[in-house]
Every structure is written in structure tokens, then in C-alpha cells.
Design a protein. Structure first.
Length: 237
């Protein structure tokens, strides 16, 4: 959050907190108000666009909106989405999110394979992979979900390295990783993934229940034997 330090005529200093915006964003806003110029950057674009909207700085707001289309790329897309939650209450955020999602729909394979994909919040990852307009294979969806979940798991491991699991307990890696992946299973159509890949990469990952894998295999061998709706336990697309 940013602090504004104000001195009155009596030289009594006071501080006004501005928690809505990051310090780097507020600094750019002040720079623009003082000079009429500031450098637009993808990392702070969303915050600055909403700050300009919030304080009715129309020229800066429209400059940010116009810059959005130019700044969305594979280098910036995940960082833009990762900051969206902070400014979700502002209407300008919805404009950016829609443009970002359209970009992801067209460049899904590349975006889902980015290392920066792992910084996205869970609900954003779910939103992306559940989109019917996302042109990505089910294999690549699984890989993206697995890599995202593994990254979250590694963070958990780093936070709990000092804890030793009790003797005879199941390895934390399997228990925790499967729990993380579980929230995404309904968004992946495993029955469209080739059997060799299911039996090797998916099964050996330890992240997907065997029952779901076997059901996907059975469907491919005899589609009439399995009700497709059974693959979607708690969500529908």
C-alpha cells in the first residue's frame, strides 16, 4: 500500500494510507499528474489503469486501455492475470481480463507451457482450462495442471521441510499432490487422451486416481460401456 505524507501550514505531518494501489502504481500516477507523462509497463498496467479510473484521470485511463492490446503477449499474460484479483472490483479490470482470455484462447498451448503459468491463482487456472473456446489438447491441459499443482506442492514442501512424517505414513508427495490436482480433474476429458499416454505418463504421475484412468481406458475400448457423464463428478461444462 502507498502512504501520502502531507504537511499543513502549521508543519504538522500526517499520513494518509492508500491501500487500494501498489506503491509502484501510485508513484506512476503521481508522476503523470505532475508531468503529464509516465512510462506504461505491462507489470503495473492494470493497477495504473484502475487508479486512473478511480481518480478520474481520463487521458491516462484511455492511454492504458489502448496500450492493453499492444502489451498482451506470452511474456506478460500470466503476470497480468496474477494481479487481476487485487483490482477485481474495478470495471476496467473486466476489460483487460476479457482481452487476456481471448489471447489465451488463441495461444493456449504456448501460454499453458509457460513457467509463469505456475504463479496464477487456482481459480484462474480453473477458469482457463474450463473454457470451451480454449484450443488446447487434453494432454496439454493435463501437463499444465500437473506442473501447476507440482509447483504448489513444492511450495508446501519448502514450508514444511522441518517436519518429519510419522513412521509408516504414506509419503506426503502422493497425498498432497493428488489433493491439489483433484480440483482440476473435472476439467480434463481423460477419455480423449490416448491409452498409452494414460497408462504411462498420467498413471505414473501419481496425481490421478486409477479408477478415473481405468474408466477412460474402458470408454476408448468400448464407448457404450461407460456413461460419459461419470467423468464429471461435480462440474459440468
Amino acid at each position: 500500500k502507498e502512504s501520502k505524507h502531507i504537511k499543513s501550514k502549521n508543519k504538522v505531518a500526517s499520513t494518509i494510507e492508500v491501500p487500494e494501489f501498489e506503491p509502484s502504481v501510485f508513484k506512476q500516477l503521481i508522476e503523470y499528474l505532475h508531468t503529464g507523462v509516465c512510462t506504461l509497463q505491462p507489470r503495473t498496467l492494470l493497477g495504473l489503469m484502475n487508479a486512473a479510473d478511480h481518480y478520474d484521470v481520463e487521458e491516462l485511463k484511455h492511454a492504458c486501455i489502448n496500450f492493453v492490446g499492444q502489451s498482451i503477449s506470452t511474456d506478460t499474460v500470466c503476470h497480468m492475470l496474477s494481479n487481476a484479483d487485487r483490482y477485481i472490483q474495478y470495471k476496467s479490470t473486466k476489460v483487460l481480463i476479457q482481452k487476456v482470455m481471448d489471447f489465451i484462447d488463441r495461444n493456449g498451448d504456448e501460454v499453458l507451457s509457460l513457467p509463469s503459468f505456475s504463479i496464477l491463482p487456482r481459480h484462474v487456472v480453473q477458469l482457463i482450462i474450463s473454457r470451451e473456446s480454449l484450443a488446447v489438447s487434453e494432454i496439454n491441459k493435463f501437463i499444465a495442471v500437473y506442473n501447476w499443482s507440482k509447483s504448489q506442492f513444492d511450495n508446501i514442501q519448502c514450508a514444511t521441510t522441518s517436519q518429519t512424517p510419522p513412521k509408516g505414513s504414506e509419503p506426503a508427495s502422493k497425498v498432497v499432490l493428488m489433493d491439489i490436482v483433484e480440483g482440476f480433474l473435472d476439467y480434463i476429458q481423460f477419455h480423449k487422451i490416448p491409452i498409452p499416454y494414460l497408462m504411462n505418463e498420467v498413471r505414473q504421475s501419481g496425481a490421478v486416481p486409477d479408477s478415473l484412468i481405468m474408466m477412460a481406458v474402458a470408454y476408448q475400448m468400448d464407448p457404450a460401456s461407460i456413461d460419459v457423464s461419470k467423468f464429471h463428478r461435480s462440474h459440468s461444462h
